[in-house]
Write a protein that binds this ligand. Structure first.
Ligand SMILES: O=C(O)CCC(=O)C(=O)O
Length: 341
């Protein structure tokens, strides 16, 4: 079988596309080529894993390093999640896959009426103008503190032992994806509502992403991760509507490596790109003088931003690390830019 119906082949968990995903990984190790069965199949891989509650890093590490059988892969999923995916999760995932296969991608933001909004009309106006918004108390301070502790524990570090902050093999990011406290943040109703308002749609999938630890700069070594202003998305014009989010797990002052972006850039990115000489790659242009802002916040606040905004982490000039979790939510039928640039 090598047509799109392969995507519908299931194993014990009854989840579409998982078998195909496993097959692709093991075939790739044998040097086989796998042409896409549906357009943007890489996005479908991502979507299925997120729907189930997984990131993409850990499953691929397992698939490529352990070379499991499909049954072993499914068992690993159950073990990693701590439970068999519920019938609701299976149904939601399979619905999303079916829709993706049909190629019915929509333009967003849509115009569904969102009941019980959490962003005020003023905040939505700010969002429209600036392309970012701070969702205050996205999670409670207690939940943020508990999440912060989870990250400290995972890293084996402590707030009162700064000398140990710099011995990590991984700078800035921390590959911590699965934890009940972090999962609870991903299923926060308040966060879901904010994303629903922004997308104009209720049916969203939560990303499963990592966390970060941005320590104060020491001896001019930059541990501040992706601090150069950049885009995570294709900047082929016209850009698709998409959003990202960062949840602060501790109080973050503006000089404490806070998230930075250029407000309003979503309204001019097309004309800005068009104004560049043909031989200039927009990603190579230094945008530091374009009105960058550093966005501080309290533990539990979340910054949500449009992907068109050049953004990056700040260099931490304070003496307290910044700890954060990345969460975004997206409709399974969001439009995908067909060209990567
Ligand atoms: O952590 C931050 O403040 C920014 C992260 C970032 O630039 C990214 O995820 O692309």
């Amino acid at each position: 079988m090598s047509d799109a119906s392969e995507i519908l082949t299931t194993g014990n968990l009854g989840i579409f596309h998982l078998k195909r995903l496993w097959e692709k990984s093991q075939g790739t190790l044998r040097g086989e080529a796998f042409p896409e069965l549906v357009a943007h199949e890489g996005e479908l891989d991502h979507l299925v894993l997120n729907c189930v509650g997984l990131d993409i890093v850990e499953p691929y590490q397992f698939l490529f390093h352990q070379q499991p059988t499909f049954a072993e892969f499914e068992s690993w999923i159950v073990k990693t999640l701590g439970a068999v995916p519920s019938p609701e999760v299976v149904a939601k995932t399979n619905r999303a896959v079916t829709r993706f296969m049909a190629g019915n991608f929509r333009n967003f933001p849509a115009a569904e009426k969102i009941e019980h909004p959490v962003l005020t009309p003023e905040e939505m106006k700010f969002w429209d103008e600036n392309g970012y918004v701070v969702l205050k108390n996205a999670i409670s301070r207690e939940d943020a503190k508990a999440s912060e502790q989870v990250v400290w524990d995972f890293l084996g570090l402590a707030p009162d032992k700064p000398e140990a902050w710099y011995g990590r093999s991984q700078i800035f990011w921390a590959d911590l994806f699965q934890h009940p406290v972090l999962n609870r943040n991903r299923s926060s109703a308040r966060i879901h509502k904010a994303f629903a308002q922004i997308w104009g749609a209720e049916d969203l999938v939560a990303s499963v992403d990592r966390v970060s630890f941005n320590p104060p700069i020491k001896e001019s070594i930059n541990h501040s991760g992706p601090s150069r202003l950049h885009w995570d998305t294709s900047i082929a014009v016209p850009l698709s509507f998409d959003v990202l989010g960062i949840l602060y797990l501790n109080d973050v002052a503006e000089n404490q490596g806070a998230f930075r972006c250029i407000p309003g850039f979503h309204r001019k990115i097309d004309s800005w790109i068009a104004s560049l000489p043909e031989n200039v790659n927009p990603r190579d242009v230094n945008l530091e003088d374009r009105g960058v802002v550093s966005i501080g916040g309290n533990a539990g606040d979340m910054v949500i931003w449009r992907q068109e905004l050049p953004h990056g982490s700040g260099r931490n000039l304070s003496n307290i690390p910044r700890l954060a979790q990345y969460i975004t939510m997206y409709p399974p039928d969001r439009d995908i830019n067909p060209v990567w640039k």
